[in-house]
Design a protein around this ligand. Structure first.
Ligand SMILES: Nc1nc2c(ncn2[C@@H]2O[C@H](COP(=O)(O)OP(=O)(O)OP(=O)(O)O)[C@@H](O)[C@H]2O)c(=O)[nH]1
Ligand SMILES: [Mg+2]
Ligand SMILES: [Zn+2]
Length: 304
């Protein structure tokens, strides 16, 4: 008999597959590894799979449903050997804090570009709102209206204010959510605030930063009592974007879509070229200055 479920945890050789919360430990026949050469992990958390159950009660994956989207561990944009962090994501949230650590707009914008490139709906969580002084509050209001005008969801949270957590819960419910953000912003604390029974460890220096670049790190899905999942990835210090070509970058800034139609050159990078619609929009104040500067800084980091 064939069963259908979702992979909620992977160790690389074993996969925990959930069917309505009931877990079966599954293995994967070697043929799948050969079939899906473009990625280093042929099955990943978030995947929907069919599996059979053997005499010993363990499962064998027989089919992997095609992915709607996926988030790579490092955004390499379709490059061979890309390692997938999680598949079939409903929303990826970049988590930042008001302070400790300081809010980083560059991190947010790099993250949003990656989400646009991978066609993943994105949101922004600004945590530790209890630490905001009036000046910080004003700044948060400004960036909230900026990002909301670009159609990104923005949630201001504090683990000390239950109502902010309840509002976040409304957005997470029944979805597969990914939390990504620097160490210490409170990703795990938010999960505990959502569901105290999870009792996850917080406040510890992430192991991630001590590991080599190619160390395999697998995400796992944390089921929410209210329905849906959240993955809590260890602090990602930088969300690398490579393999996007320079003239392509502005496609991932929604506010540049219209102005770029007015550029003289089809491959304009909106930096030094004459008759550039995007630069004109920036100079007129129609494109936010921080966003444009972050655009330029990402542009500079691209290879070609
Ligand atoms: N004041 C305040 N402190 C918070 C809040 N949320 C989390 N913290 C504190 O911030 C510290 C880091 O929280 P974590 O939840 O471990 O952060 P993390 O994002 O999971 O960090 P990594 O796992 O290292 O990536 C802890 O000391 C938390 O108590 C908040 O809303 N307000
Ligand atoms: Mg954590
Ligand atoms: Zn231009």
């Amino acid at each position: 008999m064939s069963n259908f479920g979702r992979v909620v945890k992977s160790t690389g050789s074993w996969y925990k597959v959930s069917v309505d919360g009931e877990i079966t430990e599954c293995r994967l026949p070697g043929k799948f590894r050969l079939q899906k050469k473009e990625v280093t992990n042929p099955v990943t958390v978030g995947d929907f799979v069919k599996f059979t159950i053997g005499d010993d009660g363990s499962g064998m994956i027989t089919e992997i449903e095609e992915r709607r989207n996926y988030l790579p561990r490092q955004a390499t944009h379709g490059r061979r050997g890309e390692q997938i962090l999680v598949a079939n994501v409903d929303r990826a949230w970049v988590v930042q804090s008001v302070k400790q650590p300081k809010l980083n707009l560059g991190f947010i914008d790099r993250f949003l570009v990656a989400c646009e490139a991978y066609e993943i709906p994105a949101g922004i969580i600004i945590n530790k709102s209890d630490l905001a002084n009036p000046k910080a509050e004003e700044f948060i209001e400004d960036i909230t209206s900026l990002y909301e005008s670009l159609n990104y969801k923005v949630c201001l949270t504090s683990i000390q204010k239950k109502e902010t957590i309840n509002e976040l819960i409304n957005h997470l419910k029944d979805n597969l959510n990914v939390f990504i953000g620097p160490s210490g912003v409170g990703k795990t604390s938010i999960l505990n605030a959502i569901d105290p029974k999870l009792n996850l460890k917080t406040g510890e220096v992430s192991e991630y930063s001590n590991k080599g670049k190619h160390t395999t790190t697998f995400a796992s899905l944390v089921p929410l009592e209210i329905g849906g999942y959240v993955t809590d990835t260890p602090g990602i210090r930088e969300f690398g974007i490579v393999n996007i070509e320079k003239p392509e970058l502005s496609l991932y800034f929604p506010e540049m879509a219209e102005p770029r139609e007015n550029c003289k050159y089809y491959n304009c990078t909106h930096y030094h070229e004459p008759d550039c619609g995007v630069r004109e929009a920036f100079e007129l104040g129609a494109i936010d200055a921080d966003r444009y500067h972050n655009y330029l800084s990402i542009l500079q980091s691209l290879e070609k």
